[in-house]
Write a protein that binds this ligand. Structure first.
Ligand code: 4AD
Ligand code: MG
Length: 430
């Protein structure tokens, strides 16, 4: 298309002038020789009026929802129109017709997922995807400003960073392999050279339950740094989350408001974030009437009870040795590890999992056994143990679920809308 079209968001600058527009038919209705058509492009919507004296009026009257069209017309200020402007159409063309667009109002979530390839055009999903794009951009910005290198690590591996229960198995030239649950173990090798590294990459978890915050394929923002201890890691995490939230508030306010987000809840997200230990958490839960014994994990009811006490994200630090993963460094108390979960406010649950890493070969090998890594699989982990033998240094890192962050920032109630094509237990199409 060689037209000099303008973007719909620019329309106010062209009051009284003739413009060319292109986009899709968002809504359409006709009455007595006049067609009212709401045109959509990636920047917004505008009402366009086609009278029966206009060339192409018949085509306009027959146009279906979501047809792609081009038009020329004059911009007029009109208080009654959505957005405050209207276009008096002088010329109208259909580019790609659309008959019987299958999505109507009030469709079930499952129906909308079946038609995700079309539902993706909705205003709601567009607002969320714009915010998501801002979020990933801000994560890159944050790490690069602090001297972190972006690195990629293998997706096909033979290791289970986060335990065996959520592994996706694939065939690898006659051998068994898995889709990566995290980049962490390879990143630990990398930072003995680059010192500071980060990534935003897909992670895979065969989550067998259907919840509002688990995907089978999600995007994982991870960081790892040499010489970084547990405390510094938590500082980095709260700085990162604050940077992203404040950046989205500044750059995507319009979309947040369109989604109905209460901005005050985001404005307060600035460091420092409160910290509690696992032990303190057990006490707090007890006061809420929830009994959890040493070593137990927490779920949605516990997250809800705890989040009542915090307006900002909060850390739960120092979990019992066997409640987390094999690679975490033991604390001085001998019964906990130097780790943290960052929990989101408003009961959105876990956003980040991080820890200082065990560097003592003996302790590490003992833990690997305790965590059920079999002798026959040890060859795949040999590289990981090896790192500790040659110039090992204290180091820490963490992983943040991009979709979890987008879900909370947008204030939406299900993770599926934070990614263009969600993968969950019962769905791999479209
Ligand atoms: O707590 P997790 O399992 O930690 C790790 O994978 C570490 N190896 C990270 C590291 O230290 N480099 O996962 C980290 C985060 C969680 O806090 C959560 O936000 C997200 O990843 N996450 C998921 N997001 C969506 N769907 C799932 N199934 C997720 N599982 C974890
Ligand atoms: Mg975790």
């Amino acid at each position: 298309m060689n037209m000099q079209t303008i973007a719909i968001e620019e329309i106010s600058k062209h009051t009284g002038k003739k413009v060319d527009l292109r986009g899709w038919v968002h809504r359409i209705r006709s009455s007595k020789g006049i067609v009212f058509l709401v045109l959509r492009d990636s920047t917004g919507i505008v009402q366009c009026v086609v009278k029966d004296t206009v060339p192409g009026f018949e085509k306009a009257a027959e146009t279906g929802m979501e047809a792609s069209v081009t038009l020329s017309g004059t911009v007029r200020k009109d208080q009654r129109a959505p957005g405050g402007y209207e276009v008096d159409v002088k010329k109208f063309e259909v580019v790609g017709p659309s008959d019987n667009f299958p999505i109507r109002e009030f469709q079930s979530p499952e129906f909308l997922l079946d038609y995700r390839h079309l539902w993706i055009r909705s205003q709601r999903i567009q607002h969320i995807l714009k915010i998501r794009s801002e979020v990933t951009g801000l994560i890159h910005e944050f790490f690069r400003k602090r001297g972190y290198y972006e690195i990629q690590s293998p997706i096909l591996t033979q290791i289970a960073c986060e335990g065996g229960s959520t592994l996706f198995e694939v065939k690898y030239f006659g051998e068994k392999a898995f889709l990566a649950q995290s980049w962490q173990l390879h990143a630990e090798a990398v930072i003995h050279g680059l010192e500071k590294a980060y990534c935003i990459a897909p992670s895979f978890r065969a989550e067998k339950s259907r919840t509002r915050k688990h995907l089978a394929e999600y995007w994982h923002a991870e960081a790892e740094a040499a010489w970084m201890e547990h405390e510094d890691s938590m500082k980095l995490q709260e700085d990162l989350v604050s940077y992203v939230v404040q950046g989205v508030l500044k750059r995507r306010k319009k979309e947040l408001l369109e989604l109905g987000r209460d901005l005050k809840k985001l404005e307060v997200i600035k460091p420092p974030f409160p910290r509690i230990t696992y032990e303190k958490m057990i006490e707090m839960l007890k006061k809420e009437g929830i009994r959890r014994k040493w070593g137990d994990d927490i779920g949605v009811p516990e997250e809800k009870a705890l989040s009542k006490h915090f307006r900002k994200p909060f850390f739960i630090e120092k979990w019992p040795v066997h409640s987390k993963a094999f690679y975490m460094k033991e604390s001085d108390d001998g019964k906990t590890v130097l780790c943290d979960d960052m929990m989101m406010p408003e009961a959105y649950g876990e956003l980040i999992g991080g820890s200082e890493r065990e560097t003592d070969v003996k302790v590490l090998e003992k833990r690997m056994k305790e965590f059920g890594i079999k002798e026959k699989d040890m060859k795949s982990y040999q590289f990981y143990v090896d790192i500790r033998k040659y110039g090992s240094v204290p180091h820490s890192g963490f992983g943040m679920g991009v979709e979890r962050l987008v879900m909370w920032i947008c204030g939406i109630d299900h993770i599926r809308d934070t990614i263009a094509f969600p993968r969950v237990m019962n769905r791999i199409n479209p």
